[in-house]
Design a protein around this ligand. Sequence first.
Ligand code: NCD
Length: 342
Amino acid sequence: MNEIAETPKINGDFTGKDIIAINQFTPEDVDMLFKEADAMQSMLKRGETSDILAGKMIDLFFYQPSTRTVISFEKAAKKLGAAITKTSEVQYSSVSKGENLQDTMRTLESTYSDAIVLRHKEIGSATLAASKVGIPIINGGDGPGEHPTQALLDLYTIKEERGEMDNLNITFMGDLKYGRTVHSLARLTGMFGGRHSYVSPASLRLPKSIHDELDQKGVKQRETQDLSDVLADTDILYMTRVQKEYFKGIKGWFQYRKAKGLYVITPETMAEAPEGMSLMHPFPRVGEIDERVDDDLRAAYFREISHGVHLRGALLAMVLGKSLLKSNAIQAKNSSSMMKPE
Ligand code: NCD
């Protein structure tokens, strides 16, 4: 990938911005977004919809498989009145004829797209796409790089589960090397104090560059291969799957076989875990959390999935210069002025 300028910071204004990486955000930006996500959540829980995105067209272009990311973006957009074009089976698009990312993205822009949610197998792909088109690019995962919208919905889940985001002990477990949700979430939770514990096999540790970056920001971090070293003082246990798709060749296959199945959360694990802990997972799970754990009140992963719709709806609205909060305020103002006697 070419060297491309750093993506602009949010700086209190989401309108027209690309959403590529967590380093664009400050805690204040996160707070703004979460207020909008609260409005989205309340609206959906009341069984209502909105038309603040009426007339907007959003492209979901996914070069890698997705269930939750694509579905939650699509449903959020529809609940806000936007139209969606979804391309998940890129083998049926001109990508299979060898078309490059740039031309595909420019095609979407040239056909009146207002924003693109992109998932691609290569690190830096969202940055490259953003440098080629004028409409907002939202990074829905760039290979083993980042997955900022997942991290934002994960942190929103933490706030909803616990009522706070500051000074928590967060344990990240599983494939910390290739897990892009971990790369984004560790950067995000690192802004809110507390401590990070990393539990992984030696071959799948958090990349040193991210560890160093967080060290420089003063985040307290510790690493172990054994969950029992850190479980007793864990507030959030963030479990992940071993990212099979990034293990290449015979050596990779052996490495994958060794790592898979090494860590499994069972009812026995939960019996040892703090009563107030929350168990999260970006999903898909492929055996790392025993289904018998699902009924445990601390299992937050299905609530986490719902928050994907709340958070992504908020983000789409704000990137497209709209706001449920503001439109509600306008509606409330109009209805109160209508009620005023002449
Ligand atoms: C994750 C992803 O695609 O990075 N899934 C998701 O978006 N919720 C996690 C994974 O695939 O393991």
